[in-house]
Design a protein around this ligand. Structure first.
Ligand code: FAD
Length: 352
C-alpha cells in the first residue's frame, strides 16, 4: 500500500512520522514552508496542546465528541517522540525548549526527506481506483491535511478537492480581532487586563478574562480572539457588542494608578463606566489576520475514521475539517489527534 500525504503542516508531519514508524510506504506533497503555522504557534514557543482537552473548547464539535476518547493517544505519541512538555496555569502545554523549531526538528528527524516533494497540488486524478497527484502516482490511499487559508496573504485554491464528492463550508475567520464601530485611534496600542463579554441581541454569549489590545479601528488579544470564535458560530448576528470591565469588582478611590492614562482619558472624555465599557462590533478582521478558520470539509462528509463517506480511500485531518477550537493548544491538538487516527486506520488496513 502506498499513501500520498498532501500538506505538511502539523497534521501531515504527524502522519508522515507515524507511517515511517509503521513501515508504510508514503510520499508527502507540500508547497511552501513546511510546518509554517507550527513555527508561529504560541508566539514561536509552540503551544502544542492543553492539559484540559474537552469538547466544550471546540465549535462544531460533533466529530470531536466521537473521537475525544482517544485523546491520550496524542500524549502517548509525544512521549514516544521524546517531546517533553510543561504547562502554564491555564493548562497550555509547551515543549521544555519553548521553541516551535524543536518540535519541527523532531518531526523532520522522524521523516524520510526523500519522501517529501515540494509541489502545489492542483489536481488529483482517479484511475482504476488509484490516485495520481498532479503527475505523481499511483497511490492507493490519500490523506489530506491542507489546513485552512487563515493567516495566508496569498490566495490559496482547493481545486484539487474537485475530484471528490464532499461538502465544503466557506472559510470564515475565527480567533481574530474585531473591527469596532467606535473610533479607537486615540487608544491604539494600549494594552490592559480586563473581563470581556460578547453580547448578541442583548444576550450574553461568552465571557473571558485576559489582556485586550486596542488597534486603530478595533480590538484584539487572546480573550477577544476567543470571543470571535463564538461570534463566528452565531446563527443570527444582531447588534453584537463587547462589554469590557476594567476593574473586575475592585473598588478604588482613584483610577490614576489603575488604568492606562490614555485609556483613562478616553473613558473620562467619553463619559464611560470603566466597569462596563460597551463597544459595537462592526465585523471581525479578515482571514489573513486569523489564527484559524471556521469552515472546511463538512463533518457530515466524513466517516468516524476520518475517511470520506463517498470514497473510503481518501482521509482528511487537521484544520481543513470544519471544526475549530479556542486559543490554548486546542487546534494543534485537533491536528495531531486526527492524524494519529488516520495513521492507525491505515495500519489496520494493512494488517487486515
Ligand atoms: C499565527 C498563528 C498562531 C497559532 N498559534 C496556535 C497555538 O498556539 N496553538 C494551537 O493549537 N494552534 C495555533 N494555531 C493554529 C494551528 O497552527 C493550526 O490549526 C494548525 O497548523 C493546522 O494544522 P494543519 O496540518 O491542519 O494545517 P496547516 O498548518 O495549515 O498546514 C497545511 C500545509 O499544507 C500546505 N498546502 C496547502 N495547500 C496546498 C496544496 N494545494 N498543495 C500542497 N501543499 C499545500 C500548506 O502550505 C501547509 O504547509 C496558530 C495559527 C497561526 C496562524
Amino acid at each position: 500500500m502506498r499513501v500520498a500525504i498532501i500538506g505538511l503542516g502539523p497534521s501531515g508531519l504527524m502522519l508522515a512520522t507515524l507511517l515511517n514508524k509503521f513501515n508504510i510506504d508514503y510520499f508527502a506533497f507540500n508547497s511552501g514552508k513546511i510546518g509554517k503555522k507550527l513555527l508561529q504557534s504560541g508566539n514561536g514557543k509552540c503551544n502544542i496542546s492543553n492539559t484540559n482537552i474537552d469538547i466544550k473548547y471546540y465549535h462544531n464539535n460533533e466529530l470531536m465528541k466521537k473521537i475525544i476518547n482517544n485523546k491520550n493517544k496524542v500524549f502517548d505519541i509525544f512521549k514516544e517522540l521524546d517531546i517533553y512538555t510543561k504547562s502554564d496555569n491555564e493548562g497550555r502545554l509547551y515543549p521544555l525548549s519553548e521553541s516551535s523549531q524543536s518540535i519541527l526538528d523532531i518531526f523532520m528527524s522522524n521523516i524520510n526527506k526523500d519522501k517529501i516533494i515540494d509541489l502545489f497540488v492542483e489536481k488529483i486524478d482517479i484511475k482504476n481506483n488509484k490516485y495520481y497527484i498532479n503527475e505523481y502516482g499511483p497511490f492507493d490511499k490519500i490523506a489530506i491535511g491542507l489546513g485552512s487559508i487563515a493567516n495566508y496573504k496569498t490566495p490559496y485554491n482547493y481545486n484539487c478537492l474537485n475530484s471528490f464528492k464532499l461538502k465544503f463550508n466557506e472559510f470564515k475567520p475565527s480567533l481574530v480581532g474585531f473591527k469596532l464601530k467606535e473610533n479607537t485611534k486615540l487608544i491604539s496600542g494600549v494594552r490592559s487586563k480586563a473581563s470581556v463579554s460578547l453580547y448578541n441581541d442583548n444576550k450574553l454569549i461568552h465571557s473571558e478574562d485576559g489582556e485586550i489590545i486596542f488597534k486603530d479601528d478595533g480590538i484584539s488579544g487572546i480573550c477577544i480572539m476567543n470571543l470571535s470564535s463564538y461570534y463566528q458560530h452565531l446563527s443570527n448576528i444582531k447588534n453584537p457588542k463587547i462589554y469590557i470591565d476594567l476593574l473586575k469588582n475592585h473598588k478604588y478611590n482613584s483610577l490614576i494608578s489603575v488604568i492606562n492614562p490614555k485609556l483613562l482619558k478616553y473613558i473620562e472624555s467619553n463619559n464611560l463606566d470603566p466597569n462596563k465599557i460597551i463597544f459595537n462590533i462592526k465585523d471581525t478582521y479578515s482571514l489573513e489576520y486569523a489564527q484559524v478558520s471556521k469552515g472546511g470539509i463538512d463533518i457530515k462528509s466524513l466517516n468516524d475514521n476520518l475517511s470520506l463517506k463517498s470514497d473510503k480511500n481518501v482521509y482528511f485531518m487537521g484544520e481543513i475539517i470544519d471544526c475549530d477550537g479556542v486559543c490554548g493548544g486546542y487546534n494543534l491538538f485537533f491536528a495531531f489527534l486526527t492524524s494519529i487516527l488516520v495513521a492507525e486506520d491505515l495500519k489496520n488496513e494493512i494488517s487486515n
